[in-house]
Ligand binder design. Structure first.
Ligand code: NDP
Length: 364
């Protein structure tokens, strides 16, 4: 694609805006009706606390079923998303910008009596809009579910386009299966996400909204878009070799996150059938957490790699996601390490001695 057609494709459209508004209307309406476990978020500055409704799995399955039926009855086109990739991207970008502006003004209003809000200089305004004011990312019943759902919807539409074009390949099928399993697993374990960094520490500003609505769905699906335009012939051996990367990645990622979650709830719960090794009553030093201090990141990286391997090695483009994730998680691990060193002091020093590896044993 040359520059002028790329710029042309980026022009936002009303059709893209309707698609987006339909998606958010569904999330806001169905999200407030469909029941799910209520999990408390962190305490806000004014002492109140929002609750997350973990109904993502039902919402997602219902949406896919509704879209499937509507497509069958010719109400919507299954390729509606994949046919307007770039314009949908720019429309979502503008939407994120406008939503965070609205949130910013709403946040200012509700925090106007709070002494924590700094005087309004231009620097503060930009900082507050970028990083947000309000903790517990949540807007009109919509929370961090939107990005992961959007990612699956884009993938499915790309799949429909490849079927329509007659280019469906084993690579596309493998990529679709791995991503769909990962996204479904995310929603099965949605409750675990309420204790992650994005929810407990990040505020609802442009950075988070852009990351969730634009970055996750549009960049994590690059492999699918790439496969639409490029043919890859995978051999059966390559397919068989791809599967362990996904399975081992999944086992380590889910296993490590689950062990920590269980440990935080009950520090005496057995890990791999044995009593856990615990430092100072607070830090788990057995199971995956006895192999590397962020084994969960290793699992996530293997999963990311497994989404790209079906594209072969002829181009670096489909490897955007694993490369980005590698950089992000190395940076995040360093930030988390210094946070934990401050919080846990000698306990953390002892943990580092016992478990010297950060992410990948014997390498890093
Ligand atoms: P973690 O789930 O690794 O949480 C880190 C926190 O866990 C620490 O701050 C500390 O918190 C606690 N902790 C650390 N070590 C121990 C231990 N040994 N025993 C007990 N508690 C410990 O971090 P994230 O929230 O960053 O990541 C969650 C998941 O999300 C990961 O699997 C990650 O790969 C994934 N992720 C994916 C991204 C993507 O773009 N695909 C982006 C970012 C994350 P405390 O003070 O509470 O004890």
């Amino acid at each position: 694609m040359d520059l002028s057609s790329f710029l042309q494709a980026l022009i936002p459209s009303w059709n893209s805006a309707y698609l987006l508004l339909g998606f958010f209307a569904y999330l806001a309406i169905a999200g407030s009706i469909v029941l799910g476990k209520l999990v408390p978020g962190v305490v806000l500055a004014d002492g109140t606390r929002l609750h997350y409704r973990c109904n993502g799995l039902v919402l997602l399955l219902l949406l896919v079923a509704l879209l499937g039926i509507s497509a069958k009855m010719d109400f919507v086109s299954p390729t509606a998303i994949s046919e307007r990739g770039f314009e949908l991207l720019s429309t979502t970008f503008i939407f994120s910008f406008l939503v965070t502006l609205a949130l910013y003004f709403a946040g200012c209003k509700s925090h106007s009596k709070s002494s924590s809000l700094k005087p309004h200089t231009t620097g503060n305004l930009i900082h507050d809009w970028w990083f947000g004011i309000q903790l517990n990312p949540h807007f009109m019943g919509i929370d961090l579910k939107a990005g992961m759902m959007g990612w699956l919807l884009i993938n499915l539409s790309v799949l429909a386009k490849s079927i329509q074009d007659g280019t469906l390949s084993k690579s596309m099928i493998l990529f679709q299966i791995f991503c769909a399993l990962y996204i479904l697993d995310y929603f099965v374990h949605e409750e675990y996400m309420t204790s992650t960094w994005d929810i407990i520490a990040e505020r609802l500003g442009f950075m988070l909204v852009f990351g969730d609505l634009v970055w996750i769905p549009f960049t994590f699906s690059i492999q699918g878009w790439w496969l639409l335009a490029n043919e890859v012939k995978l051999t059966t051996t390559t397919i068989i070799a791809n599967c362990p990367v996904f399975l081992i990645g999944y086992m380590v990622f889910r296993g490590a996150n689950k062990q920590k979650h269980v440990f935080k709830k009950n520090p005496k719960a057995p890990i791999w059938g044995k009593p856990p090794k615990v430092i100072g009553g607070k830090l788990l030093a057995s199971g995956y957490w006895g192999i590397a201090r962020h084994c969960n990141y290793l699992g996530d990286l293997l999963l990311a790699l497994s989404f790209s391997l079906p594209c072969g090695i002829s181009s670096p483009v489909p490897y955007f996601y694993p490369i980005y994730l590698l950089i992000l998680l190395i940076w995040r691990e360093r930030r988390d390490e210094s946070r934990c060193a401050k919080k846990y002091k000698e306990m953390w020093t002892e943990y580092r001695k016992l478990v010297p590896w950060r992410i990948l044993p014997y390498v890093y």
